[in-house]
Design a protein around this ligand. Structure first.
Ligand code: PLP
Length: 638
């Protein structure tokens, strides 16, 4: 790369290519030293470079890969959602209030639930639970009797009894009827224990939203009651003289709804049902709009699946306005609006950091500048294709290159050229492809044949993480996350790369990256230096990624730290958790590690007996086995 071009690089250009200002929403930024900073209070001068946090973790022996969580960002997101609802309600003259609940399934970590219970108290921010373990976690952590607990999901007798007892203790708990028939069991248990339940009904809307996660909504959605089942439930409650328990209406259109129009249509449909239930004589009072508030992962601010075409305030204002537009016409009192926003609260909370272990470069070094007369004709032809390349013959040269490459490979298989000659041809070929790729950038439209070239010549950066363990949605549903080196952003990234994890599974790669206009096939990265770790961050991974991950290749949980930053920008590691050891992951898949030690010791004893090793060697082998068992499952530096 030309020195002048390199020296003209700026951190602003890095910000632009990685979109940090777009998706970072003021919580992450690039500083003048080329470092990514976390900005917890939305004040530009209170910030911490991530690399400082990495160093501090390393001093404590916590190496890469490392999951860093920021308590401040969780608090900031709770505040942003609640403050925006408050502002929208004030602006529009809404007479009810907003009481959000955090759906525990989105990140069940105790730290998250504890912090939401504590910071959320001043907003009466409660919880949504979908199972007995989630309910029990909340029962222990909840601090605020005014906040709501919404119980969704299948509920057996034990689940219902737990909830009823919690209500008896004075907590504001609702059972949401998800399936026909569930209401009778709730009433039966309530009667038996002498505790009046609060009942909600989950409805299926006919409205269906676009995006990856749309299956939760629409007539065919798995959960919720259709309109005739709603009426059957109302009639059941009336017949048991328990209509007074019906206080809440709920729906969930799906997660990550990119289009505000879909959100608005759903709110209108549900609010109509709400108004009808009031007319049926139910006390109601709570309208629960479920999750769906999306995260702008690619920073494009559009209705693309990885983004959303609205901001938090627009979401709040649209929801409030849509509710009012229905209820004011029908002269029904404004209810407490509840949302079950999860992703939007916790996505910013965590970053996955990992180092690059190795790189496979697909540009050739030592490419011959001239070709000797006695070289094989096909290799000579390939050389001249490369020499004669210009912007007008790109497609033709590309096809010629493929032809000669195949022909050279066949000749090699037939023993007509040597390995050295094949290596020379390979260098010419990759160099030619790189030259074509540079020339393409001068064209307005990329010829069809050349569309995949960028990917074909992308370097492979081998990274110290498992996609299956740490970014399951990237593997399973092609979700995009912002991925950025956390340092060296004052240098021009000169390589185009894809990322490979260390699972040695061909699915363990990332070859789709965020872009404001489309999806990028490669990520611009810096050349890795021999004497310095190159650290890459995957951002906005706080939602759904931590517990959906699996033990593919037996890579376990990563090291984790939680950081708290004070108003002066000083940070403290308030929690640390060593990642799984090899022994841990083996026990998860039912190995008895004590027995394994015994079995292995016997093997070394046999080896001594048969003279393969001596006593000292045996000790070294046993020590190394023991260290292996206790070690981190990921690549350890030393
Ligand atoms: N509520 C229910 C019932 C859900 O199933 C989900 C998850 O899909 C959510 C809330 C959270 O949705 P989101 O993370 O999009 O806010």
């Amino acid at each position: 790369m030309n020195k002048e071009v390199l020296s003209r690089w700026s951190t602003a250009k890095s910000d632009e290519i990685y979109g940090v200002s777009n998706w970072g929403k003021g919580y992450y930024s690039v500083d003048d030293n080329g470092l990514i900073n976390v900005v917890p209070y939305n004040k530009k001068d209170v910030k911490v470079p991530l690399i400082d946090i990495v160093k501090k973790a390393s001093d404590r022996g916590l190496e890469m890969p490392l999951l860093v969580r920021f308590e401040n960002l969780l608090d900031a997101r709770i505040a942003r959602l609640n403050d925006n609802f408050k502002k929208a309600m004030k602006n529009l003259g809404y007479k009810g209030s907003y009481e959000g609940v955090y759906p525990v399934k989105v990140n069940q970590q105790q730290e998250v639930v504890k912090e939401i219970a504590s910071f959320g108290k001043k907003y009466h921010h409660g919880f949504e639970v979908g199972s007995k373990p989630e309910l029990i976690a909340v029962m222990a952590e909840m601090l605020d009797k005014k906040a709501n607990i919404i119980c969704n999901g299948y509920k057996d007798k034990e689940f219902i009894d737990l909830g009823l007892y919690y209500k008896k203790l004075g907590y504001n708990l609702f059972f949401v009827v998800e399936m026909p028939g569930e209401a009778s069991l709730i009433l039966e248990r309530g009667e038996k224990l002498g505790i009046e339940p609060n009942i909600g009904i989950r409805i299926k809307l006919s409205e269906k939203a676009g995006g990856h996660w749309m299956a939760s909504g629409g007539d065919r959605s798995i959960f919720g009651l259709n309109m005739s089942q709603v009426i059957e439930t109302v009639d059941l409650l009336k017949s048991k003289k328990k209509l007074s328990t019906l206080k809440l209406l709920h729906y969930h259109l799906g997660s990550q709804i990119p289009n505000i129009r879909d959100i608005r249509f759903a709110v209108v449909e549900a609010t109509r049902v709400y108004a009808e239930l009031v007319k049926e004589g139910a006390p109601m009072g709570y309208l629960d709009l479920g999750g769906g508030l999306a995260v702008d992962y690619d920073g494009s601010n559009t209705n693309f699946a990885s983004s959303r075409n609205y901001n938090t305030f627009e979401y709040c204002a649209d929801v409030v306005e849509a509710v009012m537009s229905v209820l004011d016409k029908e002269e029904v009192q404004h209810p407490v609006i509840v949302t079950e926003s999860g992703r939007s609260l916790v996505a910013f909370y965590s970053i996955l950091l990992f180092n690059v272990l190795d790189v496979a470069y697909f540009s050739a070094k030592d490419v011959p500048k001239k070709i000797e007369e006695d070289v094989n004709e096909e290799i000579k032809n390939l050389f001249y294709v490369s020499k004669d390349l210009n912007v007008k013959n790109l497609t033709e040269s590309y096809n010629d290159a493929l032809f000669y490459r195949d022909s050279i490979k066949n000749m090699f298989n037939q023993g007509r050229i040597s390995l050295r000659e094949r290596s020379m041809a390979e260098k010419i070929f990759w160099n030619l492809l790189n030259k074509i790729n540079t020339e393409i950038k001068k064209l307005k439209f990329v010829p069809r044949d050349l569309e995949e070239l960028e990917l074909a010549i992308a370097d492979i950066y081998y990274c110290n993480f498992s996609l299956f363990q740490s970014l399951p949605d990237s593997w399973a549903i092609d979700q995009l996350f912002p991925i950025v080196p956390i340092h060296r952003l004052d240098e021009m990234p000169t390589r185009n790369a894809i990322l490979a994890d260390i699972t040695c599974d061909c699915d363990g790669e990332i070859s789709k990256f965020i872009d404001v206009h489309d999806i990028k096939k490669t990520l611009q990265l810096h050349e890795v230096k021999d004497d310095e770790d190159y650290i890459i961050g995957v951002f906005l991974v706080g939602a759904y990624q931590e517990t959906l991950g699996d033990l593919h290749n037996l890579f376990g949980d990563t090291n984790v730290i939680t950081v708290k930053i004070d108003k002066e920008g000083e940070f403290e590691i308030i929690y640390e958790m060593e990642g799984d050891s090899v022994e841990d992951v083996l026990s998860y898949v039912e190995y008895d590690t004590k027995k394994m030690r015994r079995q292995f010791r016997k093997k070394t004893e046999d080896a001594i007996r048969t003279g393969i090793i001596n006593a000292e060697e045996r000790k070294n082998i046993m020590d190394s086995f023991e260290m292996g068992l206790r070690g981190y499952t990921y690549y350890e530096q030393e």
